[in-house]
Write a protein that binds this ligand. Structure first.
Ligand SMILES: O=C(O)CCC(=O)C(=O)O
Ligand SMILES: [Fe+2]
Length: 395
């Protein structure tokens, strides 16, 4: 099944999980355990799944994505709002280089007064239909999200960690660039979980662990659930955060999407894996980091990085056995040895190192003793590592 470089796959589908009839109080029921297992299996290979959730009616979906959101984007005031510079992904409105879409974000979609305040910026006379539709949709999404979060935590054996600092966000996207087939380049979401609601126009594709691109085929009662990088880091790598992209047919000129996501609260945003998930076999993979620092990093230099989260790679001890004249390329480091010395290059920074002249296999220990720094710090490119060069030995 494995393939190189990401293969378009016509027949594969994301696993479907039906949550109708379940709510957050059903966790003792047999049906709950069956669904939980399905979700765990789906996450392992796809990092996501298609969820069927009948609580959100096709009518409500149409009111939101067929009426309210297009109207929102048609309002000149909408594009004048917000400041994405302040906190990326948090501006009310943002446009992002390389990502050809407009987005409007509502960070308190479950709070009527916050929605009203937001609406008043766009419609000074108010807009009850907008407010009620957004609130109605968000309340259902929140209920769905809570079930999904709880099930995932249970699968990790961590139901006690049911997050109290989760925050919900909604954002609406307008992909209107004519003729662009890749409407959204491959990326991983930064947050815990995203639930993507497409409407009439499909296009979202998800890359599974075998590098196959799966086209999503949502119906009027289903949504695409995706694990994001924050959840993956928090789960010490036990969850897979999939790459995904949006590809549109040539003649598509309008596509609206709403993404409901869970993110850490602004005041409690440290992503720190729980100790239950760390042991000798599973050492800590990511140093604790501040989510919003990571977000800022992603919006700046980190987006150039294929996998921004790897910048947070923990100090997993690494030993490299080198012979003379060896050149080993690691994910982030290149080690070149010569007869009398070596350079070890991390990003754009070079470290000189001494090479054991007569030892065919000398060991380079790479470890990091300094405290974690924010992923956006300039030191990141030097990978916060102390390189202990081997002592020269005598012949
Ligand atoms: O437009 C979509 O279907 C997906 C949106 C998405 O992946 C994102 O906004 O991060
Ligand atoms: Fe995404």
């Amino acid at each position: 099944m494995a393939s190189l470089g990401g293969v378009d796959t016509k027949n594969l589908e994301l696993p479907k999980v039906d949550l109708s009839g379940l709510d957050i109080t059903s966790f003792n029921e047999k049906a709950w355990a069956i669904v939980r297992l399905k979700i765990a299996q789906a996450l392992e290979i796809y990092g996501g799944f298609e969820v069927i959730y009948n609580e959100i009616s096709p009518e409500l979906r149409n009111e939101l994505l067929g009426v309210v959101v297009p109207e929102l984007f048609s309002m000149p005031a909408a594009s004048k709002l917000g400041d994405s510079e302040q906190l990326p992904y948090h501006g009310i409105y943002f446009r992002k280089p390389g990502f050809p879409f407009f987005a409007v974000q509502l960070t308190d979609p479950n709070d009527l007064s916050a929605i009203q305040e937001y609406a008043n910026n766009i419609w000074p006379q108010g807009n009850d239909f907008f407010c009620n539709t957004v609130l109605n949709y968000s309340k259902h999404m929140q209920a769905l999200m809570q079930i999904i979060h709880r099930m995932i935590l249970e699968s990790l054996g961590l139901e006690d960690h049911y997050e109290s600092h989760l925050k919900f966000a909604n954002y609406y996207k307008d992909v209107s660039d004519k003729g662009k087939t890749i409407a959204l380049p491959p990326h991983k979401d930064p947050n815990y979980i995203s639930i993507v609601c497409q409407h009439n126009v499909e296009g979202l594709e998800v890359e599974n662990t075998c590098d196959e691109w799966i086209k999503t085929k949502p119906s009027t009662n289903s949504f695409t659930v995706l694990v994001g990088e924050a959840f993956k880091a928090w789960a010490n790598g036990k969850l897979y955060a999939p790459n995904h992209r949006v590809k549109l047919k040539k003649d598509i000129t309008k596509r609206y999407v709403v993404v409901f996501s869970t993110v850490p609260t602004l005041t409690n945003d440290i992503i720190d894996a729980p100790k239950e998930l760390i042991d000798e076999q599973h050492p800590l993979l990511f140093k604790p980091f501040k989510y919003y620092d990571y977000i800022k990093y992603r919006f700046t230099e980190g987006e150039k990085d294929e996998d921004a989260l790897k910048m947070e790679l923990q100090n997993t001890p690494m030993t490299v056995q080198l012979g003379q004249g060896a050149r080993i390329q690691l994910a982030n480091a290149v080690i070149n040895t010569g007869i009398s010395g070596a350079t070890i290059q991390f990003g754009s920074v070079d470290f000189p190192a001494v090479v054991a002249r007569d030892v065919a296999t000398s060991a380079y220990g790479i470890d990091s003793e300094r405290p974690a720094r924010g992923p956006h710090s300039t030191e990141t490119s030097a990978r916060r590592a102390h390189l202990s060069a081997p002592r020269a030995t005598t012949a």
